[in-house]
Ligand binder design. Structure first.
Ligand code: FMN
Length: 325
């Protein structure tokens, strides 16, 4: 457990540190989420890509590893009320919704007496989340790794969102990787700092080693916000490391589906026999095999500042090291 640092976020959610681990599909599983929670931060467990019964197993596994609260992450555009009700019944009290209007999910969240942490990317989506009763906002700047709905840079986004949010805590996200980044966003008025890519390169992360090593090697300019990896999730901009699939598609003039280089190639195999084609949305996971480098390796612009792959507890300790308790 790290020393207590108080902000609006830590007070409202009873955390020891104003640090949030961003939900990362295929990467932030029970081990990572629990490690962050045990170290005093808020871990976020994505369950949107699994059916409710598998989601419940993942929640139970996380609960077996920590007694601290964590949030689950769902897609607002899917309106996953069955997941919400099942998670509430399992004792989950924090829901992080992203991608779309959270309004339709609110009855299920409210019925369960749970709270919404809404990911937003501009002033309008922030207002909408506040109108429906969000208890906190994640302000996701365009620097972020993974799927990024907004186009505003983080500092400009904070300028817009902080005055609208008033007493509601705002968590800054996108391109952050260091203790200096935490101190900086708190000095701008954010109540917490969220890290995705930084936690993808930890021992507990479910990213494949090839992916973790690519994160460590990455330099400034290694990421791109693109529509390249659209398999199962079209028209959704995302930030990834530039890799062979991206470079070949770019060199071919970014052709549409049906004309893309190597698009029928199977490049990922899961241990239970599933296979994924080249432009599929899934990142290379811990136990996958295949042409791992060619798959979607999500990363934020802060990746150039990541040079190691320690435990999540070590990352937590480092991130709060410049904060005065
Ligand atoms: C590998 C990866 C997968 C992600 N998957 C999700 C997801 O399932 N749900 C979500 O809300 N955000 C997702 N994101 C976005 C993160 O929650 C967070 O907003 C982002 O990582 C912050 O930017 P950073 O990576 O520069 O720290 C993902 C990001 C990464 C790097």
């Amino acid at each position: 457990m790290t020393g207590h640092v108080s902000t609006k976020l830590t007070d409202r959610f009873d955390l020891c540190a104003p640090i949030v681990q961003g939900g990362m599909g295929g990467v932030s599983g029970p081990e990572l989420v629990a490690a962050v929670a045990n170290a005093g931060g808020l871990g976020i467990l994505p369950i949107w890509a699994s059916p409710p019964d598998t989601a419940l197993q993942s929640i139970a596994k996380t609960q077996a590893l920590t007694n601290y609260p964590f949030a689950v992450n769902l897609r607002a555009d899917f309106v996953q009320t069955e997941h919400i009700s099942a998670a509430v019944d399992a004792g989950v009290s924090l829901f992080n919704l992203f991608w779309g209007d959270p309004a339709a999910s609110m009855p299920a969240i409210n019925t369960g007496g749970a709270r919404l942490i809404s990911t937003i990317g501009d002033g309008d989506t922030a207002k909408r989340a506040l109108d429906v009763g969000a208890a906190a906002l994640i302000a996701q700047g365009v620097e972020a790794g993974g799927h990024v709905a907004g186009e505003m840079e983080l500092e400009a986004l904070l300028d817009v969102v902080l005055p609208i949010a008033g007493d509601i805590p705002v968590i800054a996200a996108g391109g952050l990787a260091t203790p200096q980044d935490v101190a900086h966003v708190l000095s701008l008025g954010a109540s917490g700092a969220l890290f995705g890519t930084r936690f993808a390169a930890t021992e507990e992360s479910n990213a494949h080693d090839v992916y973790k090593q690519a994160l460590i090697r990455a330099e400034e300019g290694s990421t791109v916000r693109t529509m390249c990896f659209d398999g199962m999730w079209p028209n959704a901009p995302h930030r990834v490391l530039k890799n062979s699939t991206f470079e070949d598609w770019e060199a071919a003039g970014r052709p549409p589906q049906g004309q893309r280089p190597g698009e029928d190639d199977i490049i990922l195999h899961t241990p239970d026999g599933m296979t994924f084609q080249r432009y599929f949305v899934a990142p290379p996971g811990r136990h996958m095999t295949g042409d791992l480098e060619a798959a979607a390796m999500y990363a934020g612009t802060g990746v150039s500042k990541i040079t190691n792959c320690p435990s999540a507890a070590e990352v937590m300790g480092d991130l709060v090291s410049q904060l005065v308790s």
